[in-house]
Design a protein around this ligand. Sequence first.
Ligand SMILES: *[C@@H]1O[C@H](CO)[C@@H](O)[C@H](O)[C@H]1NC(C)=O
Ligand SMILES: [Cu+2]
Length: 398
Amino acid sequence: MRLPILFSSAVLLGVALAAPAPDPTSDALAEFQQLIAEAQTAQDDLLTSTAASSKRANTCTKNKLLTRKPWGSLSKQDRKAYTNAVLCLQRLPARTPQSVAPGARSRFDDFLATHILQTLNIHYTGNFLAWHRWFTWTYEQALRNECGYTGAQPYWNWALYANDPASSPIFDGSDSSMSGNGEYIPGKGPITLLLGDFAPVVLPAGSGGGCVTTGPFKNYTVNLGPISMPLNDGSVVGGGPGTGLTYNPRCMKRDISAAINKAFANAVDVVKLLTQNTIADFQLIMQGVPGSGNIGVHGGGHYTIGGDPAGDVFTSPGDPVFYLHHGMIDLTWWVWQMLDFKTRRNQISGTQTFLNQPASPNVGLDDVIDLGYAGGGPITMRELMSVNDGPFCYTYSL
Ligand SMILES: *[C@@H]1O[C@H](CO)[C@@H](O)[C@H](O)[C@H]1NC(C)=O
Ligand SMILES: [Cu+2]
């Protein structure tokens, strides 16, 4: 607030300001950090008061919270412990029957198959945030309970590396990264995103495009999909809904794009999202107003990764970095809820179908979410609305 006043009085005095224009994203980054601190304080207060009033043994308390941290704040050893656990999930046998997803080869694929099967009922719907909260948590539990991981699910703070994601600790290709960019393929055209009957969104190609050849996942094979994969000639490949579950082994490709990260998932975008007043607006800003050309921070993160499978809405959890992206999506919902928890805890907006096509009822607190063979069991929306309640007891730090 102080800067504009100083600036206008300087103009009144006729003083020529020689200093370069301030970078709005650095102010926004500080504001984002402040909002996280406010959310933490609100959560602490809430837990202190519920602990005092509850006699239940399983009540979530401050000292039971598991803290999810940004990738770059983990030690290199902890990052490797995480990627080793993911590699373990990729080695464990699938539980999904061949009759459901004949191409599923691993526990990691169980999660991917579940996402593929439910895509049209979990995006641009009223359960989008809760479904992905439950999905990410169930994955975190599988890493911990089936693969000996003792940490929390890390997240990708898009705002920190918006100018150069490929060099960030997440994508730098080192042993302690989530693997690097795809091999550079020159001369690629843009990709075109189609969303219902809305005007298509054309996004520039990134700085990779080929197979990922560095870091922990360089030998990882994507087994399922594609279903709706934008290519760099403007076309979209894949068989569409109801397909992509047969065995289709191929390398993982990435096409990391600083331009997309800068345009849709920078600190200003994050703060704008967190300062919305209703869940309807929060979701709209997060996913971008359809037809506006803005894909929001959700699309911004996905298409910053790009490639195959992460450019494919159905198959995107086939790239393990999906779960770091959705950790950050969940972080933004957590902050937004904590800033006015009483009012926002149970807010839901949207129907049961993708952009309400075909038309369907609104999602409510009694709706059941079931991740099938990924695990977790059926659970109601009501139990997914707070990270301090139901199955959850976690928080986020910087
Ligand atoms: C990839 O596979 C090769 C050949 O089996 C192996 O030598 C190498 O250690 C593997 N790399 C990673 C990062 O898993
Ligand atoms: Cu999803």
